[in-house]
Design a protein around this ligand. Structure first.
Ligand code: ZN
Ligand code: ZN
Ligand code: FE
Length: 774
């Protein structure tokens, strides 16, 4: 019989596994990688063959993910008496996938540390179970000549490992050793190579001396400094013009991570997972790293070494225990991958470069995740996760979904699979847009997807929407928050209508205003807006997202409050700035209205005097959450229950056929608390309770009306773990079934997945004339 196996089955040690299995069960035939998937011909008696298929599923290598096995009978089975591994063929439609990049495995780590091993301290050690994949692949099938390893001919020993089915490096495409593989080199800030015996030792010395170094890694450059040194961090922040945004750190092992972060079992599992993402976790009691590392936030972003090169750093005695590892880019533009480009762009930011000569074909940032209720939630789905597909229970056409504006990703779909791209960034920036266009071309090529339709955001000015319109294809415009909702439906394979609570920053509404605090009845291809936050003005438009005090001024003005009655917290705002903004609001000049939940959080943060300026996205809201956590006791969910049981005041109004939750009432309550000298932390926590109670009360009411009890939660505000946990808790208490984002980000990184489903199904229905289903 012939078996076609689809899924992540290439570059994960699958063929040697099949080979060994066939030998064990005395099966003759062959196995081959093709661009359709892995094809096995197997000849033997029926019992052995069924044992073979069962073992294929049960015993597959850890990184393999079998999605389907198609079985056909051979017309003339020939028993050759042996089993062989055939050379890859490039024929057939591509259903094969490239595995993502995987952190160094234990076997390789042990060899890295073993003096006798020929790869002792070799920074590019890898095997079939670990190492670079997506970042080095130019095309499928995933084979060495199709990767950036093609310029490194293997030495005899490497080749014999590569060709030996019993070896751990059998067909490990990036296989290399110090004799034949890539090398690191040490450079000054102009990129001039500095001769030395041990470039890594030089790098460690530099870090130890407080220098900023640029380090070429797996999917791009990092900027690294000693995280124990206040001066080194200050230097990095000044040069990178990044005053407050929290910096992620790398430590050698979990024990060290525990010293700085409160880690749950789920966090530790995530840190050590093959993906090795940056894990966000609360700072520990004993946290003693310089404050400026992650100022005014409760969490620290922490990761473990995922390449042999990272491990080597920590093996040197004088290496600092904690290293800042932040993306090697100029703020706002994509991380550098190319040596020359890095020297040009990063030269003025760093003191030295540690380069290597294995080209990075595909730029991939570190992934960022946090566990909430023990479930890992991806905030940025990139290295280690991309290009693994998301599988949905619906047949989608070949389609491209173009994503949003900030935190952009795009997705490609075919059949029941969606391939979300890695994190791309803010497309308003030319370099990011180029990266976006390049990545689309690369992934379309790699997966051999020729879109027959395109989906994009409703926002006419997003670069992604303009790109979509430039393609000469049937175009499906998808409302932003509908896409957020359907991304979660896709993750949970939900087909029936749900209620969707979307708490978000900015999304273009069907009425042309900016939405963001929305309750939808979401279907797979359409939605009804049932309720939303009451609207307020954003003086100056987009700039209000960077200057939360503008929102605070607008919220106060909404109450009819005169400037001389504004709370003292706003006295920090220069009158020369405040006056023109108030007159803008008065004259309704350049003041788009919004129901944005993100802006409300910003405004409240400013109102409480916590943060008036967002120097990075979400800063004011994150600092508000941080203070709220300070006031939260161990049993805060019980306190939330008590509050919800006791409170009968609901600020819900039915207007123009929709429910509105009144922001003005929230602001009144907060002003009262400020007047009564309640501590800022307590007000911050109370505000969370207030918002959770109001929204979930309305949802309970809408659940009764519609008979729908499933509630999906999505939107960027749900990166706030207090808000997410509180909403999950409140909805559950109210007898509803909350469903949340985990493997697809709740922020705008996830909307291309929702677009792919909505656009894809709409296209199927329109082309098959099946009418308005779903
Ligand atoms: Zn390995
Ligand atoms: Zn070699
Ligand atoms: Fe959004």
């Amino acid at each position: 019989m012939e078996l076609l196996i689809r899924g992540t089955v290439q570059g994960v040690g699958f063929r040697p596994f099949v080979f060994n299995l066939a030998s064990r069960l005395s099966i003759s035939g062959s196995v081959a990688n093709t661009s359709r998937g892995v094809i096995i011909t197997a000849v033997s008696n029926e019992d052995s063959l069924s044992a073979f298929i069962k073992a294929l599923c049960d015993e597959a290598p850890p990184l393999a993910q079998i999605r389907s096995i198609e079985q056909t009978d051979l017309t003339e089975p020939i028993d050759t008496g042996e089993f062989s591994i055939l050379h890859s063929s490039a024929t057939g439609g591509a259903a094969a996938t490239i595995p993502p990049d995987i952190a160094i495995c234990d076997d390789c780590f042990n060899e890295l540390n073993s003096l006798q091993d020929k790869r002792y301290h070799y920074p590019f050690i890898n095997c079939t179970n670990c190492g670079p994949r997506f970042t080095i692949v130019e095309h499928i099938p995933y084979d060495r000549p199709m990767t950036s390893m093609k310029v490194f001919p293997m030495c005899d020993t490497c080749r014999s490992e590569y060709e030996n089915p019993a070896d751990r490096r059998f067909h490990a495409q990036p296989n290399a050793c110090p004799e034949c593989g890539p090398q690191v080199s040490w450079h000054d800030q102009q990129g001039k190579r500095l001769e030395c015996d041990d470039p890594i030792n030089e790098a460690v010395e530099a870090l130890n001396n407080g220098k900023v170094i640029a380090l070429r890694g797996l999917g791009g450059f990092h900027l690294a400094v000693n995280a124990l040194s206040h001066n080194a961090i200050t230097n990095l922040r000044t040069r990178k013009n990044r005053p407050y945004k929290p910096l992620a750190v790398m430590v050698a092992e979990v024990e060290t991570a525990r010293k700085y972060a409160k880690l749950t079992e789920a966090d530790e599992k995530l840190l050590l997972s093959p993906q090795h993402p940056i894990v966000l976790a609360p700072k520990s009691e004993a946290f003693d790293l310089p404050d400026i590392l992650a100022p005014n936030v409760a969490d620290i972003g922490i990761m473990l070494p995922y390449t042999p090169l990272h491990h080597l750093f920590f093996l040197y005695e004088n290496c600092p225990d904690v290293l800042v590892m932040t993306s090697g880019n100029i703020s706002g533009i994509p991380i550098c991958t190319d040596n020359d480009d890095a020297v040009e762009k990063l030269g003025r930011l760093v003191d030295n470069f540690l380069l290597h000569n294995r080209e990075i074909v595909t730029r991939v940032d570190d992934s960022v995740a946090r566990t909430i209720n023990d479930i890992p939630r991806l905030y940025r789905r990139s290295r280690g996760y991309v290009p693994s597909p998301i599988v949905v229970p619906w047949q989608l056409p070949e389609l491209i979904a173009c994503g949003g504006g900030l935190k952009s990703t795009f997705s490609l779909s075919r059949g029941t699979t969606i391939f979300p791209s890695q994190h791309i960034g803010d497309l308003a920036n030319l370099e990011s847009y180029d990266f976006y266009i390049e990545s689309i071309a690369h992934l379309q090529d790699v997966f051999e997807i020729k879109p027959e339709a395109v989906a994009c955001d409703l926002h006419p000015d997003y670069m992604s929407s303009r790109y979509a319109a430039s393609l000469d294809l049937p175009l499906y415009k998808v409302q932003h928050h509908h896409a957020h909702a359907v991304a979660v439906m896709a993750e949970h394979h939900i087909e029936e209508p749900v209620l969707a609570l979307i708490m978000d920053g900015t999304g273009y509404g069907t009425d042309g205003t900016i939405w963001g605090g929305e309750i939808l009845e979401a279907h797979l291809t359409h939605f009804n807006r049932l309720g939303h936050l009451s609207t307020f003005q954003l003086p100056g438009g987009d700039i209000a997202a960077y200057q939360p005090w503008r929102v605070a001024a607008s919220l106060l003005h909404n109450l009819g409050m005169q400037q001389n009655k504004f709370p003292a917290s706003l006295s920090a705002i220069d009158n020369n700035k405040l006056m023109p903004v108030l007159s803008m609001i008065d004259n309704n000049f350049n003041c788009p209205v919004t129901s944005s939940c993100g802006r409300l959080f910003d405004g409240v943060s400013s109102l409480l005097g916590i943060q008036h300026i967002n120097s990075y996205e979400g800063q004011a809201a994150i600092e508000l959450e941080t203070l709220a956590w300070k006031a939260a006791t161990q049993s805060w969910t019980n306190e939330l229950n008590l509050y919800m049981n006791k409170n009968n005041t609901h600020y819900l109004y039915y207007k123009n056929g929709k429910w509105e939750i009144s922001c003005s009432e929230f602001v009144k309550v907060i002003i009262d608390l400020i007047k009564n000298d309640i501590a800022v932390e307590d007000i911050a926590l109370f505000f969370h309770f207030l918002i959770i109670d109001q929204f979930t009360t309305l949802i309970r009411q809408l659940a009764d009306q519609t008979g729908i009890s499933k509630v999906v939660l999505s939107g960027g505000c749900f990166q706030n773990s207090l808000l997410l946990q509180g909403c999950i808790h409140a909805l559950t208490v109210k007898g509803l079934e909350p469903l949340t984002a985990a493997s697809i980000p709740a922020n705008d990184g996830g909307i291309s997945v929702g677009q792919a489903v909505i656009g894809g199904l709409s296209h199927v229905y329109s082309t098959t004339n099946a009418g308005n289903q779903g």
